[in-house]
Design a protein around this ligand. Structure first.
Ligand code: AMP
Ligand code: ZN
Length: 475
């Protein structure tokens, strides 16, 4: 597989430290609010990546954290703790908020056919591991205590800005968030590993540590959880592009300083979902959720289809019109699949050609829109309905668009509709025969009337004579 790598800014062969095994880490949600459909774009694309790697024959060990502590409203260690903000907003405890929105996130994942990683770790469950990592960084000289907090010393690294050449001025505090400069920091780029002196006296969750009662910085959780669960060599790390800096940059700094060697060569960043007002974000308060899409009558899987129609490395602009276009295309696709008959030979040679097209698309930096084109190619191909259905099922283990489920539901609905026709609705052929029978009866041609009734009965269609006329039911 060829994958774009954020560290080298180039498309290269995907590699693993251990042959056949992918150790994959995903930055999980900050659970102080519902995930918005922008967040979920990232999780959908990461899900397709995981499933494609499995389809390609890898074993994938995937771990995700849940950020339930330490993420401040600015990613650069300033502002209020997001969890506390959520708790205040809803007059609940931080842990109540965390549980509620973690469950809501999993429910959204279920609706979008996103597989939840086997290992999901809330940050608050791993405080001793964070303390251990911070202690080691202090011992090795990569960290220092100042003003009660523990900071990572970025001047100790040969290269800190690993993804992009940032201008240190970008990090100027106070400019972005309206808060004062942190005078404890030796270098502007330094970041907090452990807080004891926070600006919020009412910080709800605090733990004992060698540096006093406090709580971890946001970045340390991903480094510590990943190293503990997936070992010293990570193959693939995922997240939205806003995580590249400072979060992932800081994760790399901490992990490599702790381990003493390179940590993860492949970083998969999903570009943002934007609206006409810019990036969709939780903090702006204006965002769309899966529940809202459902309330408006959209199938969540149509949103997944919408995401898969474009490449993960391009920003995607959301609009209701664009979503409606996706609905039309998805419905058409489902109707075509629903019309297939599970009959005929299982043409392995024909399938191999089509499978190769799907692989060519997906193994080229996860080109999902061409992957969907390969799906349309299956529908058009000169192979049997049975062969088509089996290939569609196979591709859908990766795309997870619910193709067979929704087409079965489509057929079920069509059957129900045919079984309960109103005077205006129903199968036109059956309605024409009913009309002919009524004419025959009027003309006292009972033999023809009975013939029609019996012919329909042989097809499993029962006629029902009522004072208002004749209707029918199937079965
Ligand atoms: P958070 O819950 O804020 O920690 O973010 C969860 C994930 O969503 C992270 O990987 C973010 O990078 C990603 N993310 C945030 N906003 C967007 C967006 N508008 N489009 C795509 N991904 C996003
Ligand atoms: Zn992370």
């Amino acid at each position: 597989m060829i994958l774009y790598k954020s560290l080298t800014h180039s498309k290269d062969e995907f590699t693993t430290h251990e042959p056949g095994v992918v150790r994959m880490y995903t930055c999980g949600p900050t659970v102080y609010h519902f995930a918005h459909i922008g967040n979920l774009r990232s999780y959908i694309m990461e899900d397709v990546l995981e499933k494609y790697l499995r389809y390609a024959g890898y074993r994938v060990d995937r771990v995700m954290n849940i950020t339930d502590v330490g993420h401040l409203s600015s990613d650069a260690d300033t502002g209020e703790d997001k969890m506390l903000k959520g708790a205040k907003r809803e007059h609940k405890s931080v842990m109540e908020i965390a549980k509620y929105y973690t469950d809501a996130f999993f429910a959204d994942c279920g609706k979008l056919n996103i597989r939840i990683p086997d290992t999901v770790v809330p940050a608050t469950s791993r405080i001793p591991d964070f303390i251990e990592m911070v202690s080691r960084l202090l011992e090795k000289g990569y960290a220092y205590e100042a003003g009660g907090n523990v900071y990572f010393d970025t001047s100790k690294l040969d290269e800190y800005y690993v993804f992009n050449k940032h201008d240190a001025e970008d990090l100027a505090e106070g400019v972005r968030e309206g808060v004062g400069v942190d005078v404890n920091k030796k270098n502007k780029a330094d970041f907090v590993l452990w807080f004891t002196k926070s600006k919020f006296e009412d910080q709800e969750l605090k733990w004992e540590s060698p540096w006093g009662l406090g709580y971890p910085g946001w970045h340390i959780e991903c480094s510590a959880i990943s190293v503990k669960e997936l070992g010293e060599y990570l193959d693939l790390h995922c997240g939205g592009i806003d995580n590249a800096f400072p979060h992932h940059t800081n994760e790399i700094a901490q992990s490599e300083a702790y381990l003493g060697h390179p940590w993860c060569p492949q970083w998969f960043h999903v570009l943002h979902l934007n609206t006409d007002k810019g990036k969709m974000s939780k903090s702006s308060g204006e965002f769309l959720t899966v529940s809202l899409l459902e309330e408006k009558g959209y199938d969540p899987l149509v949103y997944r289809f919408f995401c898969l129609q474009s490449h993960y490395r391009k920003s995607l602009v959301f609009s209701w019109d664009a979503l409606d276009n996706a609905v039309a295309a998805y419905d058409k696709l489902i109707a075509k699949i629903a019309a297939l008959k599970d009959e005929g030979p299982d043409d392995e040679d024909g399938k191999a050609v089509l499978r190769a097209r799907f692989n060519e698309a997906m193994s080229n930096d996860l080109n999902t829109s061409l992957g969907i084109t390969a799906l349309y190619d299956v529908l058009k191909a000169p192979i049997s309905g049975k062969a088509k259905l089996s290939l569609i099922a196979e591709f859908d283990t990766v795309l997870s668009l619910g193709l067979l489920d929704r087409s079965a539901k489509y057929n079920e609905k069509a059957k129900q509709k045919a079984a309960t026709p109103s005077s205006e609705e129903g199968d036109p052929r059956v309605l024409a025969l009913i009309a002919e029978r009524a004419e025959a009866k009027k003309a006292k041609n009972y033999a023809r009337a009975d013939e029609i009734r019996n012919a329909l009965a042989a097809e499993g269609i029962t006629l029902i004579d009522t004072p208002q006329g004749t209707t029918y039911k199937i079965g």
